[in-house]
Ligand binder design. Structure first.
Ligand code: MN
Length: 231
């Protein structure tokens, strides 16, 4: 097959302990999935999970042990960090039941759902899509994927983010409103999941702004830590 221009490269994430990479198909994100974060955003209670997407090529891969660099994006003066557990889907399906969900998971990674908060807030007020606040270029840093068998009990793992060595976000994956299995159940009713899909599962409380020069270090205990510099 020939093309009218060179096709973009496959976006792929390193896998801990092996040389083969995880090719990415789609990036799904869950909104407001920790109670304390929902409250800080002005919402309360358990609402049905809701989803948005980021473009696949918005990923910025932080290789193990290295600092990845993201540029301070255009159009914003309020760039927020959101540390998140990322679920990597290895087996597709639709209408997956929560009790079967683990069979569809390849592994887990640490990700950042970077957000142009001022633009997102403006779009919310106007009832318009969040894309410009959430789905901008280089908005999705991610670290290496740890296969399920090596990841330990992720459902009970600490999740945290430091900026310049100071805690900004610290919680536990057990505090998710919709846990990993329930998220997969809901998501797979709306879209047919496929191998290569990533799910950013939501962020705990403590989201706040970063500026040029800040160094973010984040982890979900048991997974590969990520270090991201804002340039
Ligand atoms: Mn998020």
């Amino acid at each position: 097959m020939s093309f009218v221009f060179t096709p973009p490269p496959v976006v792929a994430v390193p896998v801990v302990g092996q040389t083969e990479r995880f090719p990415v198909r789609r990036i799904y994100c869950v909104g407001r999935n920790y109670e304390e974060h929902a409250k800080e955003m002005g919402f309360t209670g358990r609402e049905p999970p809701f989803f948005f997407l980021k473009p696949t090529d918005a990923l910025v891969v932080a290789e193990a042990g290295k600092t990845a660099v993201i540029p301070y994006p255009s159009l914003t003066s309020n760039l927020h960090h959101e540390i998140e557990l990322v679920v990597a889907i290895g087996r597709g399906g639709r209408n997956i039941r929560a009790e079967d969900a683990t069979h569809h998971i390849f592994g887990y990674a640490v990700g950042l759902d970077m957000t142009r908060r001022d633009l997102q807030t403006e779009m919310k007020k106007l009832g318009r899509p969040w894309c410009i606040g959430k789905g901008y270029d280089q908005s999705a840093p991610i670290g290496p994927i740890t296969p399920v068998s090596q990841a330990g009990d992720i459902g009970q793992a600490a999740i945290w983010l430091q900026v310049n060595g100071t805690d900004r976000q610290r919680s536990n994956v057990s505090m998710l409103i919709w846990n990993i299995a329930e998220t997969i159940e809901h998501l797979s009713r709306a879209w047919e999941l496929q191998p290569g899909d990533l799910i950013y599962t939501g962020t705990p409380a403590g989201v706040s702004a970063v500026v040029k020069g800040d160094l973010m270090t984040g982890c979900v205990d048991g997974l590969s830590l990520i270090t991201i510099k804002v340039a």
